[in-house]
Design a protein around this ligand. Sequence first.
Ligand code: SAM
Length: 257
Amino acid sequence: MNNQHEQNRACWNSWADWWRKKADQRGIWQKCHRNPELVLSPGEMRFLSDVRGKDVCVLGSGDNEVVFALAGMGAMVVSVDISEKQLEIAEERAGILGLDVSFLRADVIDLSSIPDGRFDVVYTGGHISVWISDVARYYAEAVRVLRPGGLFVVNDYHPIRQMWHEGDGPTPRHRYFNRGPYEYPTDKGLTQVEFHWTTADHIQAVVDAGCTLVKVDEHGEYEEEEEYATFVPSTLPMYLMIVGRKEASNKTDAADA
Ligand SMILES: C[S@@+](CC[C@H](N)C(=O)[O-])C[C@H]1O[C@@H](n2cnc3c(N)ncnc32)[C@H](O)[C@@H]1O
């Protein structure tokens, strides 16, 4: 068990109700299973439009809007998150939408309950890596559970945005190359632990996990949410997208041969 991740799990359990209300106000979770383009960008859709009948895993599923979108597109989705409270809310919503989704509480750096090669597509993104103490292990696990030839799609907040912290002015608070850990107290007396992986860290981790790069993109200049737009310059990219295809014969197979 990873102590820093357990601290973040406690934080996410304590925030889950607040996020539930925010998502209810936004009203996207009720629609995205019919209109997946509400939560998946054109760049992501290019790789995800043919998921019908496929086994898909979403890691760090959070509000599960991407999960509902993919399930609505006909994928058989397993939604993985470390927070049981986040998963409870998502399961209740999936029931309301009539979607058949499987939920798994697990840490993304230890997916040992999932066998190798189980999925056709693994998706992760929307501010996950910042909570993860080891991006190489995270992506190695993601690619382990992918079948050879399967697609690994990452669409996370762009690393450059992590140089600012909520409430900062135009001058960034953090050095780009300082990966942390950064500890912040929460208003519930807990501690959240953040990690700032660079763009190169992400790309190298996908390659080292055994993928051939299919696409690397930086996008979303004007899509920032209201509360962040005040302190992160809107001219910076919002997302880093990386798409890798798992090599047919991965490094482990080669080493075993
Ligand atoms: C910013 S949120 C949600 C991101 C999600 N893509 C979305 O857009 O709703 C981050 C999520 O990551 C989950 N998380 C944090 N650390 C995790 C870990 N080590 N393993 C699995 N999930 C984790 C949290 O519980 C939370 O639900």
